[in-house]
Design a protein around this ligand. Structure first.
Ligand code: PHE
Length: 487
Protein backbone atom coordinates (compact mmCIF):
# COMPACT_ATOMS: atom_id res chain seq x y z
CA UNK A 1 0.00 0.00 0.00
CA UNK A 2 1.59 3.30 -1.08
CA UNK A 3 2.11 6.06 1.44
CA UNK A 4 -1.10 8.03 1.68
CA UNK A 5 -0.83 11.53 0.26
CA UNK A 6 -2.65 14.52 1.83
CA UNK A 7 -3.95 17.86 0.52
CA UNK A 8 -1.77 20.66 1.78
CA UNK A 9 -4.79 22.68 2.94
CA UNK A 10 -8.57 22.70 3.00
CA UNK A 11 -8.55 25.33 0.25
CA UNK A 12 -6.47 23.01 -1.92
CA UNK A 13 -8.99 20.20 -1.47
CA UNK A 14 -11.88 22.55 -2.24
CA UNK A 15 -10.28 23.89 -5.40
CA UNK A 16 -9.43 20.39 -6.61
CA UNK A 17 -12.99 19.17 -5.93
CA UNK A 18 -14.45 22.27 -7.61
CA UNK A 19 -12.00 21.62 -10.44
CA UNK A 20 -13.45 18.16 -10.89
CA UNK A 21 -17.01 19.44 -10.80
CA UNK A 22 -16.50 22.45 -13.02
CA UNK A 23 -15.90 21.20 -16.50
CA UNK A 24 -17.21 21.18 -20.02
CA UNK A 25 -20.45 20.12 -18.33
CA UNK A 26 -20.94 23.53 -16.79
CA UNK A 27 -20.03 25.63 -19.75
CA UNK A 28 -21.25 23.81 -22.77
CA UNK A 29 -23.54 21.01 -21.57
CA UNK A 30 -25.46 23.10 -19.00
CA UNK A 31 -26.30 25.83 -21.51
CA UNK A 32 -27.31 23.25 -24.07
CA UNK A 33 -29.49 21.22 -21.73
CA UNK A 34 -31.06 24.45 -20.51
CA UNK A 35 -31.67 25.52 -24.10
CA UNK A 36 -33.20 22.17 -25.03
CA UNK A 37 -35.44 22.05 -21.98
CA UNK A 38 -37.28 25.31 -22.17
CA UNK A 39 -34.79 27.79 -20.72
CA UNK A 40 -35.62 29.05 -17.22
CA UNK A 41 -38.08 26.25 -16.45
CA UNK A 42 -35.25 23.79 -16.32
CA UNK A 43 -33.61 25.62 -13.42
CA UNK A 44 -36.25 24.43 -10.91
CA UNK A 45 -35.70 20.66 -11.35
CA UNK A 46 -31.98 21.29 -11.75
CA UNK A 47 -31.63 23.13 -8.45
CA UNK A 48 -33.74 20.49 -6.70
CA UNK A 49 -31.59 17.77 -8.27
CA UNK A 50 -28.41 19.45 -7.07
CA UNK A 51 -29.42 20.14 -3.48
CA UNK A 52 -31.79 17.29 -2.67
CA UNK A 53 -30.16 14.46 -4.59
CA UNK A 54 -26.60 15.10 -5.69
CA UNK A 55 -25.41 16.94 -2.58
CA UNK A 56 -26.39 14.30 0.04
CA UNK A 57 -24.68 11.63 -2.03
CA UNK A 58 -21.67 13.89 -2.25
CA UNK A 59 -21.59 14.20 1.55
CA UNK A 60 -21.71 10.40 1.84
CA UNK A 61 -19.01 9.95 -0.79
CA UNK A 62 -16.48 12.39 0.66
CA UNK A 63 -17.15 11.17 4.20
CA UNK A 64 -16.53 7.56 3.19
CA UNK A 65 -13.27 8.58 1.54
CA UNK A 66 -12.13 10.45 4.60
CA UNK A 67 -13.13 7.69 7.03
CA UNK A 68 -12.30 4.53 5.08
CA UNK A 69 -9.04 5.94 3.71
CA UNK A 70 -9.02 3.70 0.70
CA UNK A 71 -9.69 3.82 -3.00
CA UNK A 72 -13.02 3.11 -4.59
CA UNK A 73 -11.98 -0.53 -5.00
CA UNK A 74 -11.02 -1.11 -1.38
CA UNK A 75 -14.04 0.88 -0.17
CA UNK A 76 -16.35 -1.66 -1.81
CA UNK A 77 -14.17 -4.50 -0.56
CA UNK A 78 -14.69 -3.25 2.98
CA UNK A 79 -18.29 -4.23 2.64
CA UNK A 80 -17.57 -7.56 1.07
CA UNK A 81 -14.09 -8.72 0.05
CA UNK A 82 -15.55 -10.28 -3.06
CA UNK A 83 -17.07 -7.05 -4.32
CA UNK A 84 -15.58 -6.01 -7.62
CA UNK A 85 -18.00 -3.12 -8.09
CA UNK A 86 -15.16 -0.70 -7.42
CA UNK A 87 -13.37 -1.89 -10.55
CA UNK A 88 -16.61 -1.58 -12.52
CA UNK A 89 -16.86 2.06 -11.45
CA UNK A 90 -13.22 2.58 -12.45
CA UNK A 91 -14.07 1.26 -15.90
CA UNK A 92 -17.06 3.59 -16.26
CA UNK A 93 -14.96 6.57 -15.20
CA UNK A 94 -12.20 5.45 -17.61
CA UNK A 95 -14.67 5.22 -20.48
CA UNK A 96 -16.11 8.66 -19.71
CA UNK A 97 -12.57 10.00 -19.49
CA UNK A 98 -11.65 8.48 -22.86
CA UNK A 99 -14.21 10.50 -24.80
CA UNK A 100 -14.16 13.53 -22.52
CA UNK A 101 -10.49 13.88 -23.45
CA UNK A 102 -11.43 14.05 -27.11
CA UNK A 103 -13.60 17.11 -26.44
CA UNK A 104 -10.88 18.48 -24.16
CA UNK A 105 -8.57 18.12 -27.15
CA UNK A 106 -10.98 20.12 -29.32
CA UNK A 107 -11.02 22.94 -26.77
CA UNK A 108 -7.22 23.00 -26.76
CA UNK A 109 -7.17 22.88 -30.55
CA UNK A 110 -9.66 25.72 -30.84
CA UNK A 111 -7.67 27.85 -28.37
CA UNK A 112 -4.44 27.36 -30.29
CA UNK A 113 -5.89 27.59 -33.79
CA UNK A 114 -7.94 30.69 -32.95
CA UNK A 115 -4.83 32.33 -31.59
CA UNK A 116 -2.81 31.37 -34.66
CA UNK A 117 -5.22 31.81 -37.53
CA UNK A 118 -8.77 32.43 -36.33
CA UNK A 119 -11.38 29.89 -35.23
CA UNK A 120 -11.68 27.03 -37.70
CA UNK A 121 -15.09 25.87 -38.84
CA UNK A 122 -16.03 22.69 -37.04
CA UNK A 123 -16.62 20.72 -40.22
CA UNK A 124 -13.16 21.70 -41.40
CA UNK A 125 -11.58 20.84 -38.06
CA UNK A 126 -13.39 17.54 -37.57
CA UNK A 127 -12.80 16.31 -41.09
CA UNK A 128 -9.07 16.82 -40.73
CA UNK A 129 -7.64 13.43 -39.93
CA UNK A 130 -4.73 14.58 -37.86
CA UNK A 131 -5.72 17.58 -35.79
CA UNK A 132 -8.53 16.19 -33.59
CA UNK A 133 -6.49 13.03 -32.95
CA UNK A 134 -3.30 14.96 -32.22
CA UNK A 135 -5.07 17.27 -29.78
CA UNK A 136 -6.69 14.29 -28.06
CA UNK A 137 -3.24 12.74 -27.60
CA UNK A 138 -1.85 16.02 -26.24
CA UNK A 139 -4.78 16.45 -23.80
CA UNK A 140 -4.28 12.88 -22.57
CA UNK A 141 -0.55 13.32 -22.12
CA UNK A 142 -1.05 16.62 -20.26
CA UNK A 143 -3.54 14.91 -17.94
CA UNK A 144 -1.14 12.02 -17.34
CA UNK A 145 1.74 14.40 -16.69
CA UNK A 146 -0.19 16.36 -14.05
CA UNK A 147 -1.41 13.18 -12.34
CA UNK A 148 2.12 11.75 -12.34
CA UNK A 149 3.25 14.71 -10.21
CA UNK A 150 0.92 13.59 -7.44
CA UNK A 151 -1.70 15.17 -5.23
CA UNK A 152 0.29 18.19 -4.03
CA UNK A 153 2.68 19.00 -6.82
CA UNK A 154 0.28 17.99 -9.59
CA UNK A 155 -3.45 18.02 -8.93
CA UNK A 156 -3.72 20.75 -6.31
CA UNK A 157 -1.15 23.05 -7.83
CA UNK A 158 -2.85 23.02 -11.22
CA UNK A 159 -6.33 23.47 -9.69
CA UNK A 160 -5.16 26.45 -7.63
CA UNK A 161 -4.03 28.14 -10.83
CA UNK A 162 -6.69 27.10 -13.31
CA UNK A 163 -9.96 27.36 -11.37
CA UNK A 164 -9.56 31.01 -10.27
CA UNK A 165 -8.37 31.80 -13.83
CA UNK A 166 -11.53 30.24 -15.26
CA UNK A 167 -13.78 32.26 -12.97
CA UNK A 168 -11.90 35.47 -13.69
CA UNK A 169 -12.05 35.03 -17.46
CA UNK A 170 -15.75 34.11 -17.30
CA UNK A 171 -16.46 37.22 -15.19
CA UNK A 172 -14.73 39.41 -17.76
CA UNK A 173 -16.58 37.71 -20.63
CA UNK A 174 -19.90 38.08 -18.79
CA UNK A 175 -19.19 41.78 -18.25
CA UNK A 176 -18.51 42.05 -21.98
CA UNK A 177 -21.84 40.28 -22.60
CA UNK A 178 -23.74 43.04 -20.80
CA UNK A 179 -22.66 45.40 -23.59
CA UNK A 180 -24.25 43.26 -26.29
CA UNK A 181 -27.72 44.14 -27.60
CA UNK A 182 -28.98 40.60 -26.95
CA UNK A 183 -28.07 40.75 -23.24
CA UNK A 184 -31.57 41.40 -21.95
CA UNK A 185 -33.11 38.73 -24.14
CA UNK A 186 -30.47 36.24 -23.02
CA UNK A 187 -31.14 36.91 -19.34
CA UNK A 188 -34.88 36.68 -19.85
CA UNK A 189 -34.47 33.35 -21.61
CA UNK A 190 -32.29 31.98 -18.83
CA UNK A 191 -34.39 33.06 -15.90
CA UNK A 192 -38.03 32.98 -17.01
CA UNK A 193 -39.58 29.78 -15.71
CA UNK A 194 -42.33 28.17 -17.73
CA UNK A 195 -44.01 26.03 -15.08
CA UNK A 196 -46.03 24.04 -17.59
CA UNK A 197 -43.02 21.95 -18.65
CA UNK A 198 -42.48 20.74 -15.08
CA UNK A 199 -44.92 17.90 -15.69
CA UNK A 200 -42.58 16.39 -18.28
CA UNK A 201 -40.64 13.46 -16.74
CA UNK A 202 -37.91 13.82 -19.34
CA UNK A 203 -37.22 17.32 -18.11
CA UNK A 204 -36.60 15.89 -14.64
CA UNK A 205 -34.55 13.11 -16.10
CA UNK A 206 -32.39 15.61 -18.00
CA UNK A 207 -31.97 17.71 -14.85
CA UNK A 208 -30.91 14.71 -12.77
CA UNK A 209 -28.48 13.48 -15.36
CA UNK A 210 -26.92 16.91 -15.64
CA UNK A 211 -26.71 17.42 -11.84
CA UNK A 212 -24.86 14.13 -11.26
CA UNK A 213 -22.62 14.66 -14.28
CA UNK A 214 -21.82 18.23 -13.37
CA UNK A 215 -20.97 17.51 -9.75
CA UNK A 216 -18.94 14.38 -10.68
CA UNK A 217 -20.78 12.55 -7.93
CA UNK A 218 -21.30 8.81 -7.33
CA UNK A 219 -18.33 7.53 -9.29
CA UNK A 220 -15.60 7.42 -6.72
CA UNK A 221 -13.90 10.66 -7.72
CA UNK A 222 -14.92 12.53 -4.59
CA UNK A 223 -14.28 9.44 -2.49
CA UNK A 224 -10.72 9.34 -3.84
CA UNK A 225 -10.25 13.07 -3.19
CA UNK A 226 -11.78 12.56 0.28
CA UNK A 227 -9.08 10.05 1.21
CA UNK A 228 -6.47 12.78 0.88
CA UNK A 229 -8.27 15.00 3.43
CA UNK A 230 -7.22 15.56 7.00
CA UNK A 231 -9.60 14.02 9.52
CA UNK A 232 -12.29 15.85 11.42
CA UNK A 233 -13.35 18.45 8.87
CA UNK A 234 -16.85 19.78 8.33
CA UNK A 235 -17.69 17.90 5.13
CA UNK A 236 -21.31 19.12 4.63
CA UNK A 237 -20.06 22.70 4.51
CA UNK A 238 -17.52 21.72 1.86
CA UNK A 239 -20.14 20.02 -0.28
CA UNK A 240 -22.29 23.14 -0.10
CA UNK A 241 -19.36 25.24 -1.27
CA UNK A 242 -18.57 22.80 -4.12
CA UNK A 243 -22.22 22.67 -5.26
CA UNK A 244 -22.65 26.44 -5.11
CA UNK A 245 -19.39 27.03 -6.97
CA UNK A 246 -20.45 24.56 -9.65
CA UNK A 247 -23.83 26.25 -10.00
CA UNK A 248 -22.22 29.67 -10.05
CA UNK A 249 -19.89 28.73 -12.91
CA UNK A 250 -22.78 27.20 -14.87
CA UNK A 251 -24.80 30.42 -14.48
CA UNK A 252 -21.83 32.54 -15.34
CA UNK A 253 -21.24 30.50 -18.50
CA UNK A 254 -24.92 30.96 -19.38
CA UNK A 255 -24.49 34.70 -18.90
CA UNK A 256 -21.60 34.59 -21.35
CA UNK A 257 -23.27 32.35 -23.92
CA UNK A 258 -26.91 33.47 -24.12
CA UNK A 259 -26.34 37.20 -24.77
CA UNK A 260 -24.09 36.16 -27.69
CA UNK A 261 -26.69 33.65 -28.89
CA UNK A 262 -29.46 36.25 -28.97
CA UNK A 263 -27.33 39.09 -30.32
CA UNK A 264 -26.27 37.05 -33.33
CA UNK A 265 -29.54 35.20 -33.90
CA UNK A 266 -28.11 31.75 -33.10
CA UNK A 267 -30.25 28.89 -31.92
CA UNK A 268 -30.11 28.36 -28.12
CA UNK A 269 -30.96 24.69 -28.64
CA UNK A 270 -28.15 23.98 -31.07
CA UNK A 271 -26.51 21.34 -28.86
CA UNK A 272 -22.85 20.56 -29.20
CA UNK A 273 -22.77 22.74 -32.25
CA UNK A 274 -23.26 25.76 -30.07
CA UNK A 275 -19.73 25.85 -28.68
CA UNK A 276 -17.80 24.74 -31.72
CA UNK A 277 -19.93 25.88 -34.66
CA UNK A 278 -22.34 28.68 -33.80
CA UNK A 279 -20.32 30.65 -31.28
CA UNK A 280 -17.23 30.94 -33.49
CA UNK A 281 -19.46 32.52 -36.17
CA UNK A 282 -20.56 35.09 -33.62
CA UNK A 283 -17.01 35.62 -32.35
CA UNK A 284 -15.91 36.42 -35.90
CA UNK A 285 -18.44 39.28 -36.07
CA UNK A 286 -17.82 40.73 -32.62
CA UNK A 287 -15.56 43.62 -31.74
CA UNK A 288 -12.42 42.09 -30.16
CA UNK A 289 -13.92 38.78 -31.20
CA UNK A 290 -10.60 37.00 -31.47
CA UNK A 291 -9.66 37.79 -27.87
CA UNK A 292 -13.11 36.72 -26.69
CA UNK A 293 -12.86 33.47 -28.65
CA UNK A 294 -9.42 32.58 -27.32
CA UNK A 295 -10.55 33.41 -23.77
CA UNK A 296 -13.70 31.31 -24.15
CA UNK A 297 -11.93 28.23 -25.48
CA UNK A 298 -9.13 28.58 -22.93
CA UNK A 299 -11.75 28.57 -20.16
CA UNK A 300 -13.25 25.42 -21.64
CA UNK A 301 -9.83 23.79 -21.76
CA UNK A 302 -8.87 24.82 -18.20
CA UNK A 303 -12.20 23.60 -16.85
CA UNK A 304 -11.91 20.33 -18.74
CA UNK A 305 -8.37 19.49 -17.71
CA UNK A 306 -9.13 19.86 -13.97
CA UNK A 307 -11.93 17.33 -14.53
CA UNK A 308 -9.83 14.88 -16.55
CA UNK A 309 -7.14 14.75 -13.85
CA UNK A 310 -9.78 13.87 -11.25
CA UNK A 311 -11.08 11.05 -13.43
CA UNK A 312 -7.61 9.67 -14.07
CA UNK A 313 -6.73 9.84 -10.38
CA UNK A 314 -9.53 7.37 -9.53
CA UNK A 315 -7.98 4.61 -11.65
CA UNK A 316 -4.41 5.50 -10.77
CA UNK A 317 -5.15 5.38 -7.03
CA UNK A 318 -6.99 2.06 -7.35
CA UNK A 319 -4.30 0.37 -9.44
CA UNK A 320 -1.49 1.71 -7.24
CA UNK A 321 -3.19 0.41 -4.16
CA UNK A 322 -3.85 -3.03 -5.53
CA UNK A 323 -0.59 -3.62 -7.40
CA UNK A 324 1.72 -1.55 -5.25
CA UNK A 325 3.17 0.20 -8.30
CA UNK A 326 4.74 3.64 -8.13
CA UNK A 327 2.64 6.65 -9.09
CA UNK A 328 4.69 7.31 -12.21
CA UNK A 329 4.57 3.73 -13.46
CA UNK A 330 0.82 3.50 -12.81
CA UNK A 331 0.13 6.82 -14.52
CA UNK A 332 2.10 5.77 -17.60
CA UNK A 333 0.09 2.55 -17.82
CA UNK A 334 -3.25 4.31 -17.32
CA UNK A 335 -2.39 7.06 -19.81
CA UNK A 336 -1.53 4.40 -22.38
CA UNK A 337 -4.79 2.58 -21.72
CA UNK A 338 -6.85 5.75 -22.05
CA UNK A 339 -5.09 6.65 -25.30
CA UNK A 340 -6.15 3.30 -26.76
CA UNK A 341 -9.66 3.52 -25.36
CA UNK A 342 -10.23 7.07 -26.60
CA UNK A 343 -8.75 6.61 -30.05
CA UNK A 344 -11.99 5.39 -31.69
CA UNK A 345 -13.87 8.40 -30.26
CA UNK A 346 -11.15 10.75 -31.47
CA UNK A 347 -11.20 9.12 -34.90
CA UNK A 348 -14.97 9.44 -35.14
CA UNK A 349 -14.61 13.21 -35.40
CA UNK A 350 -11.78 13.13 -37.93
CA UNK A 351 -11.73 12.22 -41.58
CA UNK A 352 -12.05 8.58 -40.54
CA UNK A 353 -15.59 9.39 -39.29
CA UNK A 354 -15.73 6.11 -37.34
CA UNK A 355 -19.32 5.08 -36.70
CA UNK A 356 -21.25 2.36 -34.93
CA UNK A 357 -24.80 1.74 -36.12
CA UNK A 358 -24.56 5.01 -38.00
CA UNK A 359 -23.67 6.95 -34.88
CA UNK A 360 -20.28 8.54 -34.38
CA UNK A 361 -18.37 6.65 -31.69
CA UNK A 362 -18.01 9.72 -29.51
CA UNK A 363 -21.77 10.37 -29.53
CA UNK A 364 -22.30 6.68 -28.90
CA UNK A 365 -20.03 6.84 -25.85
CA UNK A 366 -21.78 9.93 -24.52
CA UNK A 367 -25.21 8.40 -24.99
CA UNK A 368 -24.27 5.11 -23.37
CA UNK A 369 -21.56 5.56 -20.75
CA UNK A 370 -22.05 9.28 -20.23
CA UNK A 371 -25.82 9.11 -19.98
CA UNK A 372 -26.53 5.63 -18.65
CA UNK A 373 -23.25 4.52 -17.09
CA UNK A 374 -23.24 7.47 -14.77
CA UNK A 375 -26.62 6.96 -13.05
CA UNK A 376 -25.91 3.23 -12.89
CA UNK A 377 -22.60 3.94 -11.14
CA UNK A 378 -24.25 6.39 -8.74
CA UNK A 379 -26.99 3.84 -8.06
CA UNK A 380 -24.50 1.09 -7.23
CA UNK A 381 -22.63 3.51 -5.03
CA UNK A 382 -25.57 4.78 -3.01
CA UNK A 383 -27.26 1.39 -2.67
CA UNK A 384 -24.10 -0.47 -1.65
CA UNK A 385 -22.94 1.99 0.97
CA UNK A 386 -26.26 3.13 2.33
CA UNK A 387 -27.66 -0.40 2.63
CA UNK A 388 -24.72 -2.68 3.29
CA UNK A 389 -22.45 -0.62 5.48
CA UNK A 390 -23.64 -1.18 9.07
CA UNK A 391 -25.92 1.65 10.13
CA UNK A 392 -23.77 2.44 13.17
CA UNK A 393 -20.66 2.76 11.00
CA UNK A 394 -22.51 5.09 8.66
CA UNK A 395 -23.89 7.14 11.52
CA UNK A 396 -20.58 7.51 13.23
CA UNK A 397 -18.89 8.42 9.93
CA UNK A 398 -21.47 11.11 9.36
CA UNK A 399 -21.14 12.54 12.87
CA UNK A 400 -23.45 10.54 15.12
CA UNK A 401 -27.02 9.37 15.35
CA UNK A 402 -28.56 12.81 15.68
CA UNK A 403 -26.38 14.47 13.07
CA UNK A 404 -27.09 14.95 9.37
CA UNK A 405 -27.02 11.13 9.26
CA UNK A 406 -30.73 11.35 10.11
CA UNK A 407 -31.58 12.62 6.67
CA UNK A 408 -28.54 11.60 4.60
CA UNK A 409 -29.10 7.88 5.25
CA UNK A 410 -32.79 7.75 4.22
CA UNK A 411 -32.08 9.96 1.21
CA UNK A 412 -29.23 7.70 0.06
CA UNK A 413 -31.22 4.55 0.86
CA UNK A 414 -34.56 5.30 -0.71
CA UNK A 415 -34.93 8.66 -2.41
CA UNK A 416 -31.73 8.90 -4.44
CA UNK A 417 -31.78 5.29 -5.75
CA UNK A 418 -35.49 5.75 -6.57
CA UNK A 419 -34.78 8.90 -8.51
CA UNK A 420 -31.84 7.30 -10.31
CA UNK A 421 -33.92 4.27 -11.29
CA UNK A 422 -36.70 6.51 -12.61
CA UNK A 423 -34.20 8.60 -14.55
CA UNK A 424 -32.68 5.53 -16.12
CA UNK A 425 -36.07 4.07 -17.00
CA UNK A 426 -37.13 7.36 -18.56
CA UNK A 427 -34.02 7.35 -20.69
CA UNK A 428 -34.36 3.74 -21.79
CA UNK A 429 -38.04 4.34 -22.52
CA UNK A 430 -37.14 7.27 -24.70
CA UNK A 431 -34.56 5.01 -26.36
CA UNK A 432 -37.40 2.61 -27.15
CA UNK A 433 -39.17 5.40 -28.92
CA UNK A 434 -41.89 5.77 -26.30
CA UNK A 435 -40.95 9.39 -26.08
CA UNK A 436 -39.16 10.55 -29.14
CA UNK A 437 -36.59 12.93 -27.87
CA UNK A 438 -33.00 13.97 -28.03
CA UNK A 439 -31.39 12.69 -24.91
CA UNK A 440 -28.16 14.47 -24.98
CA UNK A 441 -26.87 17.70 -26.37
CA UNK A 442 -25.21 17.33 -29.66
CA UNK A 443 -26.21 13.85 -30.45
CA UNK A 444 -29.24 12.52 -32.11
CA UNK A 445 -31.99 10.15 -31.20
CA UNK A 446 -30.66 6.85 -30.03
CA UNK A 447 -32.22 3.44 -30.18
CA UNK A 448 -32.43 0.80 -27.52
CA UNK A 449 -30.10 -1.40 -29.54
CA UNK A 450 -27.26 1.05 -29.27
CA UNK A 451 -27.82 1.46 -25.56
CA UNK A 452 -27.78 -2.30 -25.04
CA UNK A 453 -24.62 -2.57 -27.07
CA UNK A 454 -23.09 0.13 -24.94
CA UNK A 455 -24.03 -1.59 -21.70
CA UNK A 456 -22.72 -4.93 -22.98
CA UNK A 457 -19.46 -3.25 -23.96
CA UNK A 458 -19.10 -1.77 -20.47
CA UNK A 459 -19.68 -5.15 -18.83
CA UNK A 460 -17.27 -6.98 -21.14
CA UNK A 461 -14.51 -4.40 -20.75
CA UNK A 462 -14.99 -4.42 -16.97
CA UNK A 463 -14.69 -8.18 -16.82
CA UNK A 464 -11.55 -8.18 -18.93
CA UNK A 465 -9.95 -5.50 -16.76
CA UNK A 466 -10.94 -7.28 -13.56
CA UNK A 467 -9.43 -10.51 -14.86
CA UNK A 468 -6.23 -8.72 -15.86
CA UNK A 469 -6.03 -6.98 -12.47
CA UNK A 470 -6.59 -10.27 -10.69
CA UNK A 471 -3.98 -12.04 -12.77
CA UNK A 472 -1.43 -9.31 -12.12
CA UNK A 473 -2.03 -9.76 -8.42
CA UNK A 474 -1.75 -13.50 -8.83
CA UNK A 475 -5.15 -14.21 -7.33
CA UNK A 476 -7.43 -17.02 -8.22
CA UNK A 477 -10.59 -15.60 -9.76
CA UNK A 478 -12.66 -18.73 -9.37
CA UNK A 479 -11.79 -18.89 -5.72
CA UNK A 480 -12.49 -15.18 -5.25
CA UNK A 481 -15.90 -15.49 -6.78
CA UNK A 482 -16.58 -18.41 -4.49
CA UNK A 483 -16.59 -21.21 -7.07
CA UNK A 484 -13.50 -23.00 -5.88
CA UNK A 485 -12.72 -24.53 -2.53
CA UNK A 486 -11.84 -21.76 -0.19
CA UNK A 487 -9.01 -22.44 2.16
N1 PHE B 1 -18.17 17.32 -13.77
C1 PHE B 1 -17.50 17.42 -15.02
C2 PHE B 1 -18.15 18.48 -15.88
O1 PHE B 1 -19.05 19.14 -15.45
C3 PHE B 1 -17.50 16.18 -15.82
C4 PHE B 1 -17.21 14.95 -15.11
C5 PHE B 1 -18.08 13.91 -15.22
C6 PHE B 1 -16.08 14.83 -14.36
C7 PHE B 1 -17.85 12.75 -14.59
C8 PHE B 1 -15.83 13.66 -13.71
C9 PHE B 1 -16.73 12.62 -13.84
O2 PHE B 1 -17.78 18.64 -17.00
Amino acid sequence: MPVMERWSSTGAFLLAAIGSAVGIGNIWRFSTVLGQNGGGAYLIPYIIAVFVFAMPLMILEITLGEKLRGTIVSAFRRINPRFVIGWFLCVIVGLILSYYLVITGWTLGYTILTLATGAPSFSEFSSNSLLPIAFFVIATLVTGLIVSFGVNRGIERISIILIPSCVLILLILAAYGTLLPGFYQGITYMFTPDFSVLADPLLWSAAFGQAFFSLSVGMGILLTYGTYMKSGQHIPRFTLIISLADLFVAFLAGLVIFPIVFTFGLSPTAGAELAFTSLPIAFAQMPAGKVVAVAFFAVLFFAAITSTISMMEVGVAAIRESLGWSRVKTTIAVTGGILLLGLPSAMSYSSFALKLDGIKILDFMDETVGTLGLPVAALLFSVTFAWYLPRETLESALGGKDSIARWIIPLCRYVIPGALVMTTIARIASGLGIANTYLLPGSGYIGLLVQLEGITAIVVISLVLIIIACRLRGCNIRKRLGFGNRK
